[in-house]
Design a protein around this ligand. Structure first.
Ligand code: SF4
Length: 237
């Protein structure tokens, strides 16, 4: 699995390879069970039921790092943050920021396109209760590292959605950029910011989960502030 990730020569190659990964038995069983049983509202649909690749442009200056696909979102549609409430919030914000051509993301063939941005997850398969184990996170890390390595020439800032993504960035920083992570690690928080000299800046943002958006812990204005900051750090107009 690691070898296949490392061998990927471009994002198309990487996306194809990751979609064929079976390295985590628990997650493989879960993604396939969800695809088989389906949610009542989607019973007439064929679920993707496989790892979900990153999405966005190859020359991204802004990376958005999420936790993992949602069982009935990315695991259903095959595109990250597509077909669920979290994606509704995220893509509406990206559209307001001028980083997406439309504010909605409902299906892999809905015409959505990003500008200067690529979205990827620390773990590529939907986990039960949205909670991958540390071992699953580590097993999946080569896919993230290779994706970051492939967009490294342009990548200037990474927005970490939630504490899990924030924590997943530090090993990537070390492996891809050869930069020793700060010690102690900067604490995650909404608006937290870390900058090094030889690596992309890291911005913290509360995850766009329903738990955060429905309760008002994360508001559209807070997301707008983060993406305005990300654009500024990345030099995106
Ligand atoms: S979580 Fe990552 S490493 Fe595990 S099976 Fe899915 S794609 Fe493979």
């Amino acid at each position: 699995m690691v070898a296949r990730a490392v061998r990927a020569t471009d994002l198309v190659d990487l996306d194809g390879a990751v979609a064929d990964c079976f390295a985590c038995p628990r997650l493989v069983a879960w993604r396939e069970e969800v695809a088989r049983t389906r949610r009542a509202a989607f019973r007439d649909q064929t679920y993707w039921g496989r790892p979900v690749p990153g999405f966005g442009v190859a020359d991204a200056r802004i990376g958005i790092l999420g936790l993992a696909p949602a069982a009935h979102g990315g695991n259903r549609t095959g595109r990250i943050f597509t077909g669920d409430r979290s994606g509704d919030v995220l893509f509406a914000a990206l559209h307001r920021a001028g980083l997406a051509n439309q504010p909605t993301s409902v299906a892999a063939d809905d015409g959505l396109a990003l500008r200067d941005t690529r979205i990827f997850a620390a773990v590529r398969c939907a986990p039960p209760d949205n909670r991958p184990t540390p071992a699953e996170r580590d097993t999946c890390a080569p896919w993230l590292r290779r994706e970051v390595a492939l967009i490294r020439p342009t990548l200037r800032v990474v927005v970490a959605l939630g504490a899990f993504a924030w924590a997943a960035w530090w090993p990537t920083l070390r492996e891809v950029y050869g930069v020793r992570p700060p010690s102690p690690r900067p604490a995650f928080g909404h608006g937290a910011h870390w900058s090094g000299t030889a690596a992309p800046a890291l911005l913290g943002c509360y995850h766009v989960s329903q738990q955060n958006t429905f309760t008002g812990r994360l508001t559209p204005g807070m997301l707008d502030d983060v993406f305005a900051r990300a654009k500024q750090l990345a030099g995106v107009d």
